[in-house]
Design a protein. Structure first.
Length: 587
Protein backbone atom coordinates (compact mmCIF):
# COMPACT_ATOMS: atom_id res chain seq x y z
CA UNK A 1 0.00 0.00 0.00
CA UNK A 2 1.16 3.51 -0.76
CA UNK A 3 -0.02 6.50 1.21
CA UNK A 4 1.33 9.56 2.93
CA UNK A 5 1.51 8.90 6.65
CA UNK A 6 -1.13 10.66 8.72
CA UNK A 7 0.37 9.64 12.04
CA UNK A 8 1.69 13.18 12.26
CA UNK A 9 -0.84 15.99 12.17
CA UNK A 10 -0.72 18.25 9.10
CA UNK A 11 1.54 21.27 9.28
CA UNK A 12 -1.38 23.69 9.25
CA UNK A 13 -2.95 22.14 12.36
CA UNK A 14 -2.66 24.48 15.36
CA UNK A 15 -0.64 23.33 18.33
CA UNK A 16 -2.43 21.20 20.90
CA UNK A 17 -3.58 22.92 24.07
CA UNK A 18 -0.97 22.68 26.81
CA UNK A 19 -1.45 20.23 29.71
CA UNK A 20 -5.07 19.49 28.91
CA UNK A 21 -7.23 17.38 31.24
CA UNK A 22 -7.59 13.69 30.43
CA UNK A 23 -11.22 13.43 29.32
CA UNK A 24 -13.93 10.92 28.50
CA UNK A 25 -13.01 11.33 24.83
CA UNK A 26 -9.37 10.61 25.64
CA UNK A 27 -10.42 7.49 27.52
CA UNK A 28 -12.32 6.09 24.52
CA UNK A 29 -9.49 6.96 22.14
CA UNK A 30 -6.93 5.31 24.41
CA UNK A 31 -8.97 2.12 24.55
CA UNK A 32 -9.41 2.15 20.76
CA UNK A 33 -5.68 2.62 20.23
CA UNK A 34 -4.99 -0.33 22.55
CA UNK A 35 -7.25 -2.40 20.29
CA UNK A 36 -5.22 -1.39 17.21
CA UNK A 37 -7.64 1.22 15.93
CA UNK A 38 -5.21 3.81 14.61
CA UNK A 39 -7.62 5.62 12.29
CA UNK A 40 -11.05 7.08 13.10
CA UNK A 41 -13.37 8.08 10.27
CA UNK A 42 -15.16 11.33 10.91
CA UNK A 43 -17.92 13.70 9.91
CA UNK A 44 -17.70 16.91 12.02
CA UNK A 45 -20.51 18.52 13.97
CA UNK A 46 -21.07 21.03 16.74
CA UNK A 47 -22.61 18.63 19.27
CA UNK A 48 -19.71 16.21 18.92
CA UNK A 49 -17.02 18.92 18.90
CA UNK A 50 -15.41 17.90 22.20
CA UNK A 51 -14.75 14.44 20.83
CA UNK A 52 -13.50 15.66 17.45
CA UNK A 53 -11.19 18.19 19.08
CA UNK A 54 -9.75 15.48 21.33
CA UNK A 55 -9.24 13.28 18.26
CA UNK A 56 -7.51 16.15 16.44
CA UNK A 57 -4.68 16.18 18.98
CA UNK A 58 -4.64 12.55 20.13
CA UNK A 59 -1.26 10.94 19.52
CA UNK A 60 -1.32 7.69 17.57
CA UNK A 61 -4.88 7.86 16.24
CA UNK A 62 -5.39 9.57 12.89
CA UNK A 63 -8.43 11.53 11.81
CA UNK A 64 -9.74 10.38 8.44
CA UNK A 65 -12.08 13.14 7.35
CA UNK A 66 -14.75 11.71 5.06
CA UNK A 67 -16.98 13.50 2.57
CA UNK A 68 -20.31 12.12 3.76
CA UNK A 69 -21.71 9.62 6.22
CA UNK A 70 -21.90 6.63 3.88
CA UNK A 71 -18.35 7.29 2.78
CA UNK A 72 -17.21 7.32 6.42
CA UNK A 73 -19.26 4.35 7.54
CA UNK A 74 -18.56 2.04 4.59
CA UNK A 75 -14.87 2.80 5.14
CA UNK A 76 -15.20 2.01 8.85
CA UNK A 77 -16.94 -1.27 7.99
CA UNK A 78 -14.12 -2.40 5.69
CA UNK A 79 -11.51 -1.23 8.22
CA UNK A 80 -13.17 -3.39 10.89
CA UNK A 81 -13.22 -6.40 8.57
CA UNK A 82 -9.50 -6.11 7.86
CA UNK A 83 -8.26 -4.77 11.23
CA UNK A 84 -10.72 -6.31 13.73
CA UNK A 85 -12.39 -3.12 15.01
CA UNK A 86 -13.19 0.34 13.66
CA UNK A 87 -14.65 3.65 14.80
CA UNK A 88 -16.63 6.40 13.10
CA UNK A 89 -17.49 9.77 14.63
CA UNK A 90 -20.78 11.32 13.52
CA UNK A 91 -22.91 14.36 14.23
CA UNK A 92 -26.23 13.92 16.04
CA UNK A 93 -29.39 13.24 14.02
CA UNK A 94 -28.69 14.34 10.48
CA UNK A 95 -25.40 12.46 10.42
CA UNK A 96 -26.23 9.31 12.36
CA UNK A 97 -29.44 8.81 10.41
CA UNK A 98 -27.52 9.04 7.13
CA UNK A 99 -25.06 6.40 8.33
CA UNK A 100 -27.75 3.95 9.43
CA UNK A 101 -27.70 1.91 6.21
CA UNK A 102 -23.98 1.24 6.45
CA UNK A 103 -24.16 0.30 10.13
CA UNK A 104 -27.06 -2.06 9.42
CA UNK A 105 -24.87 -3.81 6.86
CA UNK A 106 -22.08 -4.11 9.42
CA UNK A 107 -24.58 -5.61 11.87
CA UNK A 108 -25.77 -8.23 9.38
CA UNK A 109 -22.27 -9.15 8.21
CA UNK A 110 -20.62 -9.00 11.65
CA UNK A 111 -18.26 -6.07 11.36
CA UNK A 112 -17.52 -4.37 14.72
CA UNK A 113 -17.78 -0.59 14.40
CA UNK A 114 -17.89 1.85 17.31
CA UNK A 115 -20.38 4.55 16.30
CA UNK A 116 -19.50 7.73 18.21
CA UNK A 117 -21.81 10.71 18.51
CA UNK A 118 -23.14 13.36 20.89
CA UNK A 119 -26.53 14.82 21.72
CA UNK A 120 -27.78 18.20 22.96
CA UNK A 121 -26.40 18.69 26.46
CA UNK A 122 -27.97 19.20 29.87
CA UNK A 123 -28.33 22.95 29.34
CA UNK A 124 -30.11 22.48 26.04
CA UNK A 125 -32.44 19.93 27.54
CA UNK A 126 -33.39 22.39 30.28
CA UNK A 127 -34.12 25.03 27.66
CA UNK A 128 -36.30 22.54 25.78
CA UNK A 129 -38.24 21.74 28.94
CA UNK A 130 -38.70 25.41 29.81
CA UNK A 131 -39.44 26.94 26.42
CA UNK A 132 -40.36 23.97 24.19
CA UNK A 133 -37.46 24.76 21.85
CA UNK A 134 -36.65 22.30 19.03
CA UNK A 135 -32.87 22.13 18.74
CA UNK A 136 -31.27 21.66 15.33
CA UNK A 137 -30.86 18.15 13.93
CA UNK A 138 -33.45 16.85 16.39
CA UNK A 139 -36.74 15.09 15.67
CA UNK A 140 -37.98 16.34 19.03
CA UNK A 141 -36.96 13.12 20.79
CA UNK A 142 -33.39 13.68 21.97
CA UNK A 143 -32.98 9.96 22.54
CA UNK A 144 -34.21 8.85 19.11
CA UNK A 145 -30.71 8.17 17.73
CA UNK A 146 -29.97 5.67 20.46
CA UNK A 147 -33.37 4.01 20.10
CA UNK A 148 -32.91 3.55 16.35
CA UNK A 149 -29.38 2.22 16.65
CA UNK A 150 -30.51 -0.40 19.15
CA UNK A 151 -31.85 -2.32 16.14
CA UNK A 152 -28.44 -2.58 14.45
CA UNK A 153 -25.97 -2.69 17.35
CA UNK A 154 -25.10 -5.04 20.17
CA UNK A 155 -25.52 -2.16 22.58
CA UNK A 156 -26.45 1.52 22.28
CA UNK A 157 -25.87 3.93 25.16
CA UNK A 158 -26.02 7.66 25.88
CA UNK A 159 -23.86 9.02 28.71
CA UNK A 160 -25.37 11.96 30.56
CA UNK A 161 -22.40 12.30 32.94
CA UNK A 162 -18.76 11.38 33.23
CA UNK A 163 -19.53 9.44 36.42
CA UNK A 164 -19.05 5.77 35.53
CA UNK A 165 -18.15 6.62 31.93
CA UNK A 166 -14.94 4.58 31.97
CA UNK A 167 -16.72 1.43 33.09
CA UNK A 168 -19.50 1.85 30.54
CA UNK A 169 -17.03 2.43 27.70
CA UNK A 170 -15.13 -0.72 28.66
CA UNK A 171 -18.31 -2.76 28.71
CA UNK A 172 -19.40 -1.35 25.36
CA UNK A 173 -16.10 -2.08 23.63
CA UNK A 174 -16.01 -5.55 25.13
CA UNK A 175 -19.45 -6.18 23.65
CA UNK A 176 -18.21 -5.08 20.22
CA UNK A 177 -15.17 -7.36 20.16
CA UNK A 178 -17.02 -10.26 21.76
CA UNK A 179 -19.92 -10.29 19.30
CA UNK A 180 -18.07 -8.76 16.32
CA UNK A 181 -20.90 -6.34 15.72
CA UNK A 182 -21.39 -2.56 15.91
CA UNK A 183 -22.00 -0.60 19.10
CA UNK A 184 -23.26 2.96 19.55
CA UNK A 185 -22.12 5.53 22.11
CA UNK A 186 -23.27 9.12 22.44
CA UNK A 187 -22.65 11.61 25.22
CA UNK A 188 -24.38 14.79 26.20
CA UNK A 189 -22.21 17.23 24.27
CA UNK A 190 -20.30 18.49 27.33
CA UNK A 191 -19.52 14.99 28.68
CA UNK A 192 -16.91 14.16 26.03
CA UNK A 193 -14.80 17.01 27.41
CA UNK A 194 -15.24 16.17 31.10
CA UNK A 195 -12.48 14.61 33.26
CA UNK A 196 -12.06 10.85 33.32
CA UNK A 197 -9.55 8.50 34.97
CA UNK A 198 -6.99 6.89 32.69
CA UNK A 199 -7.54 3.27 31.67
CA UNK A 200 -5.24 0.42 32.58
CA UNK A 201 -2.52 -0.44 30.11
CA UNK A 202 -4.02 -3.87 29.51
CA UNK A 203 -6.17 -3.95 26.35
CA UNK A 204 -9.72 -5.15 26.65
CA UNK A 205 -10.40 -8.74 25.61
CA UNK A 206 -13.50 -10.52 24.32
CA UNK A 207 -15.59 -12.40 26.85
CA UNK A 208 -15.19 -16.15 26.62
CA UNK A 209 -18.35 -18.22 26.99
CA UNK A 210 -18.01 -21.99 27.25
CA UNK A 211 -20.60 -24.55 26.31
CA UNK A 212 -22.34 -26.76 28.90
CA UNK A 213 -20.33 -29.99 28.94
CA UNK A 214 -23.22 -32.37 28.33
CA UNK A 215 -24.78 -30.22 25.61
CA UNK A 216 -21.43 -30.05 23.82
CA UNK A 217 -21.03 -33.81 24.07
CA UNK A 218 -24.52 -34.39 22.69
CA UNK A 219 -23.92 -32.02 19.79
CA UNK A 220 -20.60 -33.57 18.85
CA UNK A 221 -21.92 -37.13 19.15
CA UNK A 222 -24.92 -36.38 16.95
CA UNK A 223 -22.73 -34.58 14.41
CA UNK A 224 -20.19 -37.41 14.42
CA UNK A 225 -22.94 -39.89 13.62
CA UNK A 226 -23.80 -37.95 10.48
CA UNK A 227 -20.18 -37.30 9.51
CA UNK A 228 -19.04 -40.93 9.80
CA UNK A 229 -22.05 -42.16 7.83
CA UNK A 230 -21.29 -39.84 4.91
CA UNK A 231 -19.65 -40.98 1.69
CA UNK A 232 -19.20 -37.51 0.22
CA UNK A 233 -18.66 -35.10 3.13
CA UNK A 234 -17.83 -31.46 2.48
CA UNK A 235 -16.90 -28.44 4.59
CA UNK A 236 -18.80 -25.22 3.84
CA UNK A 237 -17.04 -22.29 5.54
CA UNK A 238 -18.44 -18.83 6.17
CA UNK A 239 -17.37 -15.37 7.22
CA UNK A 240 -17.85 -15.88 10.97
CA UNK A 241 -14.74 -18.08 10.90
CA UNK A 242 -12.73 -15.07 9.80
CA UNK A 243 -14.47 -12.57 12.08
CA UNK A 244 -13.85 -14.64 15.21
CA UNK A 245 -10.27 -15.57 14.42
CA UNK A 246 -10.97 -19.26 13.81
CA UNK A 247 -9.24 -19.64 10.44
CA UNK A 248 -6.33 -21.62 11.91
CA UNK A 249 -8.77 -23.94 13.66
CA UNK A 250 -10.66 -24.44 10.40
CA UNK A 251 -7.42 -25.31 8.62
CA UNK A 252 -6.62 -27.90 11.30
CA UNK A 253 -10.05 -29.51 10.83
CA UNK A 254 -9.52 -29.63 7.07
CA UNK A 255 -6.08 -31.22 7.56
CA UNK A 256 -7.30 -33.74 10.16
CA UNK A 257 -10.42 -34.74 8.23
CA UNK A 258 -9.10 -34.54 4.71
CA UNK A 259 -12.43 -33.09 3.64
CA UNK A 260 -12.73 -30.84 0.64
CA UNK A 261 -14.02 -27.36 1.41
CA UNK A 262 -15.83 -24.46 -0.18
CA UNK A 263 -16.92 -21.05 1.11
CA UNK A 264 -19.86 -18.72 0.86
CA UNK A 265 -19.49 -15.55 -1.18
CA UNK A 266 -19.37 -13.47 2.01
CA UNK A 267 -16.88 -15.94 3.47
CA UNK A 268 -14.60 -16.05 0.44
CA UNK A 269 -10.94 -15.97 1.58
CA UNK A 270 -11.55 -17.23 5.13
CA UNK A 271 -8.36 -19.11 4.26
CA UNK A 272 -5.69 -18.64 1.63
CA UNK A 273 -7.08 -20.22 -1.53
CA UNK A 274 -4.22 -22.64 -1.92
CA UNK A 275 -3.66 -26.34 -1.45
CA UNK A 276 -5.58 -29.28 -2.88
CA UNK A 277 -8.70 -29.10 -0.69
CA UNK A 278 -10.30 -25.86 -1.91
CA UNK A 279 -12.84 -26.63 -4.63
CA UNK A 280 -13.72 -22.98 -5.26
CA UNK A 281 -16.29 -20.59 -3.81
CA UNK A 282 -19.89 -21.78 -3.84
CA UNK A 283 -22.16 -18.96 -4.98
CA UNK A 284 -25.12 -21.14 -5.99
CA UNK A 285 -25.83 -20.92 -9.73
CA UNK A 286 -23.03 -18.38 -10.21
CA UNK A 287 -20.48 -21.05 -9.23
CA UNK A 288 -18.43 -22.89 -11.80
CA UNK A 289 -19.78 -26.30 -12.84
CA UNK A 290 -17.35 -28.47 -10.86
CA UNK A 291 -18.13 -26.61 -7.62
CA UNK A 292 -21.88 -26.98 -8.15
CA UNK A 293 -21.48 -30.70 -8.85
CA UNK A 294 -19.47 -31.41 -5.70
CA UNK A 295 -21.88 -29.47 -3.48
CA UNK A 296 -24.90 -31.19 -5.00
CA UNK A 297 -23.30 -34.62 -4.52
CA UNK A 298 -22.36 -34.06 -0.87
CA UNK A 299 -24.28 -36.10 1.70
CA UNK A 300 -22.95 -34.32 4.80
CA UNK A 301 -22.20 -30.61 4.69
CA UNK A 302 -20.17 -29.51 7.69
CA UNK A 303 -21.17 -25.84 7.67
CA UNK A 304 -18.99 -23.65 9.88
CA UNK A 305 -19.55 -19.95 10.50
CA UNK A 306 -21.72 -19.43 7.44
CA UNK A 307 -24.45 -16.79 7.19
CA UNK A 308 -27.01 -18.58 5.02
CA UNK A 309 -28.84 -16.01 2.90
CA UNK A 310 -31.52 -16.41 0.25
CA UNK A 311 -28.69 -16.73 -2.27
CA UNK A 312 -28.54 -20.29 -0.89
CA UNK A 313 -32.25 -21.01 -0.67
CA UNK A 314 -32.15 -24.00 -3.04
CA UNK A 315 -29.10 -25.33 -1.20
CA UNK A 316 -30.65 -25.10 2.26
CA UNK A 317 -33.91 -26.68 1.09
CA UNK A 318 -32.15 -29.67 -0.43
CA UNK A 319 -29.38 -30.10 2.16
CA UNK A 320 -31.08 -29.15 5.44
CA UNK A 321 -31.18 -32.67 6.91
CA UNK A 322 -27.65 -33.41 5.65
CA UNK A 323 -26.13 -30.38 7.36
CA UNK A 324 -24.04 -30.16 10.49
CA UNK A 325 -24.06 -26.43 11.17
CA UNK A 326 -22.14 -24.43 13.74
CA UNK A 327 -22.39 -20.66 13.90
CA UNK A 328 -22.78 -17.89 16.45
CA UNK A 329 -26.36 -18.98 17.17
CA UNK A 330 -25.34 -22.49 18.22
CA UNK A 331 -25.07 -25.91 16.61
CA UNK A 332 -27.47 -27.97 14.54
CA UNK A 333 -26.90 -31.58 13.48
CA UNK A 334 -29.65 -32.62 11.10
CA UNK A 335 -32.85 -31.70 12.91
CA UNK A 336 -31.28 -31.54 16.38
CA UNK A 337 -30.43 -28.09 17.72
CA UNK A 338 -28.03 -27.11 20.52
CA UNK A 339 -28.40 -23.37 21.03
CA UNK A 340 -26.03 -23.08 24.00
CA UNK A 341 -23.06 -24.77 22.28
CA UNK A 342 -20.50 -22.31 20.94
CA UNK A 343 -18.97 -22.58 17.50
CA UNK A 344 -15.40 -22.58 18.80
CA UNK A 345 -16.03 -25.27 21.43
CA UNK A 346 -17.77 -27.43 18.84
CA UNK A 347 -14.97 -27.05 16.30
CA UNK A 348 -12.30 -27.84 18.89
CA UNK A 349 -14.16 -30.96 20.07
CA UNK A 350 -14.70 -32.07 16.49
CA UNK A 351 -11.00 -31.65 15.77
CA UNK A 352 -10.20 -34.02 18.65
CA UNK A 353 -12.61 -36.57 17.14
CA UNK A 354 -10.93 -36.39 13.75
CA UNK A 355 -7.45 -36.73 15.23
CA UNK A 356 -8.41 -39.79 17.32
CA UNK A 357 -10.17 -41.61 14.49
CA UNK A 358 -7.80 -43.59 12.28
CA UNK A 359 -10.18 -43.33 9.31
CA UNK A 360 -9.08 -39.75 8.87
CA UNK A 361 -7.70 -37.87 7.06
CA UNK A 362 -9.41 -39.07 3.90
CA UNK A 363 -7.56 -38.69 0.62
CA UNK A 364 -10.08 -36.54 -1.24
CA UNK A 365 -8.58 -34.09 -3.70
CA UNK A 366 -10.28 -31.08 -5.20
CA UNK A 367 -10.64 -30.88 -8.98
CA UNK A 368 -7.84 -29.02 -10.69
CA UNK A 369 -8.39 -25.29 -10.67
CA UNK A 370 -9.51 -23.92 -14.04
CA UNK A 371 -6.58 -22.94 -16.20
CA UNK A 372 -6.51 -19.57 -17.93
CA UNK A 373 -8.57 -18.40 -19.74
CA UNK A 374 -11.10 -20.40 -17.72
CA UNK A 375 -13.44 -20.05 -15.93
CA UNK A 376 -14.01 -16.72 -17.61
CA UNK A 377 -14.20 -17.79 -21.25
CA UNK A 378 -16.84 -20.43 -20.59
CA UNK A 379 -18.99 -17.90 -18.75
CA UNK A 380 -18.56 -14.96 -21.12
CA UNK A 381 -21.56 -13.76 -23.07
CA UNK A 382 -21.55 -15.78 -26.34
CA UNK A 383 -23.12 -12.83 -28.17
CA UNK A 384 -19.62 -11.30 -28.25
CA UNK A 385 -17.68 -14.39 -29.34
CA UNK A 386 -17.10 -12.86 -32.76
CA UNK A 387 -15.94 -9.57 -31.22
CA UNK A 388 -12.80 -10.47 -29.23
CA UNK A 389 -11.90 -6.83 -28.46
CA UNK A 390 -15.21 -6.10 -26.71
CA UNK A 391 -14.77 -6.04 -22.92
CA UNK A 392 -17.35 -8.17 -21.13
CA UNK A 393 -17.59 -8.84 -17.41
CA UNK A 394 -15.81 -12.16 -17.79
CA UNK A 395 -13.16 -10.83 -20.15
CA UNK A 396 -12.42 -8.08 -17.65
CA UNK A 397 -11.72 -10.64 -14.92
CA UNK A 398 -9.96 -12.96 -17.35
CA UNK A 399 -7.30 -10.35 -18.08
CA UNK A 400 -7.08 -8.56 -14.74
CA UNK A 401 -6.75 -11.80 -12.77
CA UNK A 402 -4.06 -13.06 -15.14
CA UNK A 403 -2.19 -9.78 -14.73
CA UNK A 404 -2.34 -9.99 -10.93
CA UNK A 405 -1.23 -13.62 -10.92
CA UNK A 406 1.58 -13.10 -13.44
CA UNK A 407 2.91 -10.12 -11.47
CA UNK A 408 2.51 -11.95 -8.11
CA UNK A 409 0.28 -9.12 -6.88
CA UNK A 410 -2.61 -11.08 -5.39
CA UNK A 411 -0.88 -11.12 -2.01
CA UNK A 412 -0.64 -7.31 -2.07
CA UNK A 413 -4.25 -6.36 -2.73
CA UNK A 414 -7.62 -6.42 -0.99
CA UNK A 415 -10.70 -6.59 -3.21
CA UNK A 416 -13.94 -4.78 -2.36
CA UNK A 417 -17.35 -5.44 -3.88
CA UNK A 418 -20.87 -4.19 -3.39
CA UNK A 419 -23.69 -6.28 -4.78
CA UNK A 420 -23.28 -6.27 -8.57
CA UNK A 421 -22.79 -8.60 -11.49
CA UNK A 422 -19.06 -8.15 -10.90
CA UNK A 423 -19.29 -9.57 -7.38
CA UNK A 424 -20.83 -12.81 -8.60
CA UNK A 425 -18.38 -13.12 -11.49
CA UNK A 426 -15.49 -12.45 -9.08
CA UNK A 427 -16.49 -15.38 -6.86
CA UNK A 428 -15.12 -17.66 -9.59
CA UNK A 429 -11.58 -16.44 -8.87
CA UNK A 430 -8.96 -18.69 -7.26
CA UNK A 431 -5.67 -17.92 -5.54
CA UNK A 432 -6.70 -15.01 -3.31
CA UNK A 433 -5.05 -14.41 0.06
CA UNK A 434 -6.83 -14.80 3.38
CA UNK A 435 -9.08 -11.84 4.20
CA UNK A 436 -8.64 -10.23 0.78
CA UNK A 437 -12.23 -10.41 -0.50
CA UNK A 438 -14.50 -7.83 1.17
CA UNK A 439 -18.08 -7.83 -0.07
CA UNK A 440 -21.62 -6.84 0.80
CA UNK A 441 -22.89 -10.30 -0.13
CA UNK A 442 -25.51 -10.65 2.63
CA UNK A 443 -26.76 -7.07 3.16
CA UNK A 444 -26.29 -6.64 -0.61
CA UNK A 445 -25.70 -2.91 -0.72
CA UNK A 446 -25.09 -1.20 -4.05
CA UNK A 447 -22.23 1.28 -3.65
CA UNK A 448 -20.52 -0.37 -0.68
CA UNK A 449 -17.43 -1.25 -2.68
CA UNK A 450 -16.28 2.31 -3.43
CA UNK A 451 -16.80 3.59 0.11
CA UNK A 452 -15.10 0.47 1.49
CA UNK A 453 -11.89 1.01 -0.51
CA UNK A 454 -10.44 3.58 1.91
CA UNK A 455 -11.07 1.51 5.03
CA UNK A 456 -9.93 -1.72 3.41
CA UNK A 457 -6.61 -0.16 2.40
CA UNK A 458 -5.97 1.58 5.71
CA UNK A 459 -7.03 -1.45 7.72
CA UNK A 460 -5.10 -4.09 5.79
CA UNK A 461 -2.08 -2.14 4.60
CA UNK A 462 -2.75 -3.57 1.13
CA UNK A 463 -3.84 -1.80 -2.03
CA UNK A 464 -7.60 -1.69 -2.50
CA UNK A 465 -8.66 -3.23 -5.79
CA UNK A 466 -12.29 -2.27 -6.26
CA UNK A 467 -14.71 -3.27 -9.01
CA UNK A 468 -17.91 -1.23 -8.99
CA UNK A 469 -21.01 -1.02 -11.09
CA UNK A 470 -21.57 2.45 -12.47
CA UNK A 471 -24.83 2.75 -10.52
CA UNK A 472 -23.08 1.82 -7.28
CA UNK A 473 -20.21 4.19 -7.96
CA UNK A 474 -22.60 7.06 -8.62
CA UNK A 475 -24.08 6.61 -5.13
CA UNK A 476 -20.80 7.28 -3.30
CA UNK A 477 -18.46 8.70 -5.92
CA UNK A 478 -17.30 11.33 -3.38
CA UNK A 479 -15.31 8.55 -1.70
CA UNK A 480 -12.78 9.06 -4.48
CA UNK A 481 -12.03 12.45 -2.95
CA UNK A 482 -11.37 10.88 0.45
CA UNK A 483 -8.91 8.48 -1.17
CA UNK A 484 -7.15 11.36 -2.94
CA UNK A 485 -7.06 13.46 0.24
CA UNK A 486 -5.24 10.63 2.03
CA UNK A 487 -2.99 9.83 -0.96
CA UNK A 488 -4.23 6.25 -1.10
CA UNK A 489 -3.51 4.53 -4.41
CA UNK A 490 -6.69 2.45 -4.44
CA UNK A 491 -7.94 1.39 -7.87
CA UNK A 492 -11.64 1.84 -8.68
CA UNK A 493 -12.76 0.05 -11.83
CA UNK A 494 -16.21 1.25 -12.91
CA UNK A 495 -18.00 -1.24 -15.16
CA UNK A 496 -19.64 1.34 -17.36
CA UNK A 497 -22.76 0.16 -19.17
CA UNK A 498 -25.08 2.99 -18.04
CA UNK A 499 -27.64 0.60 -16.52
CA UNK A 500 -28.45 -1.17 -13.27
CA UNK A 501 -27.74 -4.51 -14.96
CA UNK A 502 -28.08 -6.69 -11.86
CA UNK A 503 -31.48 -5.18 -11.11
CA UNK A 504 -32.67 -5.80 -14.67
CA UNK A 505 -31.64 -9.46 -14.43
CA UNK A 506 -34.16 -9.98 -11.66
CA UNK A 507 -36.83 -7.72 -13.20
CA UNK A 508 -36.90 -9.07 -16.75
CA UNK A 509 -33.97 -10.97 -18.20
CA UNK A 510 -35.45 -10.89 -21.71
CA UNK A 511 -34.27 -7.27 -21.85
CA UNK A 512 -30.76 -8.62 -22.54
CA UNK A 513 -31.82 -10.24 -25.81
CA UNK A 514 -30.43 -8.58 -28.97
CA UNK A 515 -32.46 -6.09 -30.92
CA UNK A 516 -34.35 -2.85 -30.32
CA UNK A 517 -37.52 -4.65 -29.26
CA UNK A 518 -35.84 -5.72 -26.05
CA UNK A 519 -35.10 -2.71 -23.88
CA UNK A 520 -34.31 -2.05 -20.24
CA UNK A 521 -36.93 -0.60 -17.94
CA UNK A 522 -36.63 3.18 -17.63
CA UNK A 523 -35.86 2.97 -13.92
CA UNK A 524 -32.75 0.90 -14.65
CA UNK A 525 -31.23 3.40 -17.09
CA UNK A 526 -28.42 5.57 -15.70
CA UNK A 527 -27.13 8.99 -16.82
CA UNK A 528 -23.90 9.28 -18.79
CA UNK A 529 -20.97 10.60 -16.76
CA UNK A 530 -17.62 12.00 -17.82
CA UNK A 531 -15.46 9.87 -15.54
CA UNK A 532 -12.19 11.37 -16.69
CA UNK A 533 -13.40 14.85 -15.76
CA UNK A 534 -14.68 13.58 -12.44
CA UNK A 535 -11.34 11.93 -11.65
CA UNK A 536 -9.53 15.19 -12.38
CA UNK A 537 -11.95 17.16 -10.18
CA UNK A 538 -11.39 14.81 -7.24
CA UNK A 539 -7.60 14.63 -7.62
CA UNK A 540 -7.42 11.07 -8.95
CA UNK A 541 -5.76 9.55 -11.98
CA UNK A 542 -8.39 8.90 -14.65
CA UNK A 543 -8.38 6.29 -17.41
CA UNK A 544 -10.88 4.96 -19.92
CA UNK A 545 -10.62 1.59 -21.63
CA UNK A 546 -12.94 0.43 -24.42
CA UNK A 547 -11.13 -2.63 -25.80
CA UNK A 548 -9.35 -5.67 -24.40
CA UNK A 549 -6.02 -4.37 -25.75
CA UNK A 550 -6.56 -1.02 -24.03
CA UNK A 551 -7.33 -2.81 -20.75
CA UNK A 552 -4.19 -4.96 -21.01
CA UNK A 553 -2.10 -1.88 -21.77
CA UNK A 554 -3.57 0.05 -18.84
CA UNK A 555 -2.90 -2.58 -16.16
CA UNK A 556 0.92 -2.09 -15.94
CA UNK A 557 0.39 1.66 -15.79
CA UNK A 558 -2.13 1.24 -12.97
CA UNK A 559 0.29 -0.97 -11.06
CA UNK A 560 2.92 1.75 -11.14
CA UNK A 561 0.81 4.55 -9.62
CA UNK A 562 1.85 5.14 -6.01
CA UNK A 563 0.41 8.27 -4.43
CA UNK A 564 -3.11 8.82 -5.74
CA UNK A 565 -6.24 6.79 -6.45
CA UNK A 566 -6.99 5.56 -9.95
CA UNK A 567 -10.46 5.69 -11.50
CA UNK A 568 -10.80 3.44 -14.53
CA UNK A 569 -13.92 3.56 -16.68
CA UNK A 570 -14.28 0.11 -18.22
CA UNK A 571 -16.70 0.41 -21.13
CA UNK A 572 -18.82 -2.72 -21.54
CA UNK A 573 -21.93 -3.40 -23.64
CA UNK A 574 -25.21 -2.50 -22.00
CA UNK A 575 -26.60 -5.96 -22.70
CA UNK A 576 -23.61 -8.04 -21.65
CA UNK A 577 -25.09 -10.90 -19.62
CA UNK A 578 -22.41 -13.08 -18.02
CA UNK A 579 -23.20 -16.76 -17.68
CA UNK A 580 -23.07 -16.49 -13.90
CA UNK A 581 -25.89 -13.93 -13.88
CA UNK A 582 -27.86 -15.77 -16.56
CA UNK A 583 -27.96 -18.87 -14.37
CA UNK A 584 -28.90 -16.86 -11.27
CA UNK A 585 -31.64 -15.03 -13.16
CA UNK A 586 -32.95 -18.29 -14.59
CA UNK A 587 -33.44 -19.68 -11.09
Amino acid sequence: MTRTSTSKKPAHTPAAPAASTFTVADYLLTRLKQLNVTDVFQIPGDYVKHFTQALEYFDGVNTIGAINELDASYAADAYARTRGLAAVSLQFGVSTYSALNAIAGAWVERSPIVVISATPGADMRDITDMYDVLFHHSTGDLDSDRKIFEYVTVKAITLSTNVGAAEQIDELLTDAITHRRPVYIACYKEVWGQPCPRPSRTPLKPRVVHSPVLALQNAVDQAWTQITAAKNPLIFAGVEILRFGLSDLLQKIIDASGFLYTTTTLGKTVLDEKGDKFIGTYSDAASIESVRAIVQASDCVLTLGAIITDDYLAFIESKYSDMVLADTDGVRAGYFKYGDVTMQDFMEALLVKFKKNKSYPIKAKAPSQPKYPEPWTANSDPVYDAKPQVITYNRFFQHTMKFLQDRNLLKDIVMTYGVSSSMYVATNAYGLSQGSFVSSAAWQCIGFETGAACGAQLGSGKRAWTVAGDGGFMMVCQSLSTLARNKLNAVIFVMSNQVYAIEQVYVDMSSFLPGPKHTFDAFDILPKWDYLALAKAFGAEGMRVETVDELKAALPRIAGIKNKPVLVEVVIPQKDLPGQMYRLGSE
